[in-house]
Write a protein that binds this ligand. Structure first.
Ligand code: ATP
Length: 237
């Protein structure tokens, strides 16, 4: 079976600063894959490289189709939704307007309306707040909105960058439970970048550990969770 995403020999740089040095990894359809590693390892850059937001070379195959030369808008249209760190919601727009913006690449009005209801069913608080401007939402609600907006694309793959950042543990847990349901029930595949390795490994099927722009270890999340020596060596817990 085709991989949902196959990355081979991915290099990326900001100007003269090379950050990714030949990354290889893949994502099975329907799975949650997590990229772990210390600050500066290149996790955020990997997500940005996949969606064409940073100069990159190497192979990026989405369902077998090469997308390494595609522009960000094309990649979004192909079903890759990026939820950036810092969330990237439009703070002056209402909750509902933010969700509508997430569906900008779509033309199927009925589908958009039913997906809006789907988002509200996963995040009832967003329905309550739908006429409020996003800037007035709490951090957790803004994160939910960012995920909701990504869902409005009906994505094949959601790229999640540090969704727990700045959130209280209880809210983080709630959001991660929703990720689990979205993965199981809506079959959304996810590539998750997360500082909180133990949390990420609970949700993920597969994990890749990055060090200075290279994959240094990969395995089933469950195996890593249960292997104290690997956890100590690579994850510091
Ligand atoms: P963190 O968890 O701290 O976000 P990360 O693994 O996501 O870490 P990246 O954000 O991908 O790491 O950064 C990798 C390297 O690229 C770092 O050394 C960082 O300083 C550098 N870098 C990131 N963004 C830029 C930029 N816009 N211009 C120049 N260098 C950058």
């Amino acid at each position: 079976m085709n991989k949902l995403l196959e990355i081979k020999g991915l290099h990326a740089a900001y100007g003269q600063t090379r950050v990714l040095h030949g990354l290889d990894f893949e994502i099975e359809p329907g799975s949650v894959t997590t990229l772990l590693g210390a600050n500066g390892a290149g996790k955020t850059t990997t997500l940005r490289a996949i969606c064409g937001m940073v100069k990159r070379t190497g192979d990026i195959l989405l369902n077998g189709q090469q997308i390494n030369r595609n522009q960000t808008e094309d990649i979004v249209r192909l079903g890759v939704a990026h939820v950036p760190d810092g969330r990237g919601t439009f703070l002056r727009q209402t909750v509902e307007e933010n969700l509508q913006l997430g569906a900008m690449a779509r033309r199927d009005k009925a589908g958009i309306a039913s997906d809006m209801e789907l988002v509200y069913s996963y995040f009832p608080i967003l329905k309550k707040r739908r006429t409020q401007i996003a800037g007035l939402l709490s951090g957790g609600e803004q994160q939910m909105l960012a995920v909701g907006r990504a869902l409005m694309l009906r994505p094949k793959l959601m790229l999640l960058d540090e969704p727990s950042f700045g959130l209280a543990p209880m809210i983080t847990r709630e959001i991660f439970e929703i990720f689990r349901s979205l993965n199981r029930n809506e079959k959304v595949s996810m590539l998750l970048v997360e500082q909180n390795a133990s949390l990420a490994l609970e949700l993920a099927d597969h994990a890749y550990l990055l060090e200075t722009g290279r994959v240094v270890f990969s395995g089933r999340a469950e195996a890593i969770r249960e292997d104290e020596s690997i956890r100590r060596a690579y994850l510091g817990y």
